[in-house]
Design a protein around this ligand. Sequence first.
Ligand SMILES: [Zn+2]
Length: 102
Amino acid sequence: MAKNAICHQCGKPLPPTTRRHARFCSPAHRRAAYRAHNPDPRRACARFLADVDAKKPAAPYVAIMRDERFPGMYRLKRADGTQSDIGNLTRAKDALAAMRGR
Ligand SMILES: [Zn+2]
């Protein structure tokens, strides 16, 4: 072992039992040095799609309307013209009442 050999990762002196050309004091520091120079793209910071998850608040409900396909089922019409999911009349009335603050 070379005299005054130090670990390239932590800078501490290598243990006397290391092999002659050792550069790191431990396998953990060898891996750490490798990762520092070869970052794994899969472990990079998580990527989030912009604006996809930013759910806009839905327009308020303005009316209850019958579903065109299923008799006895209803949807809520929103102020922007879109429709809610399907539900029965009780659910639709409850949702509309909740939106209006009872
Ligand atoms: Zn070290």
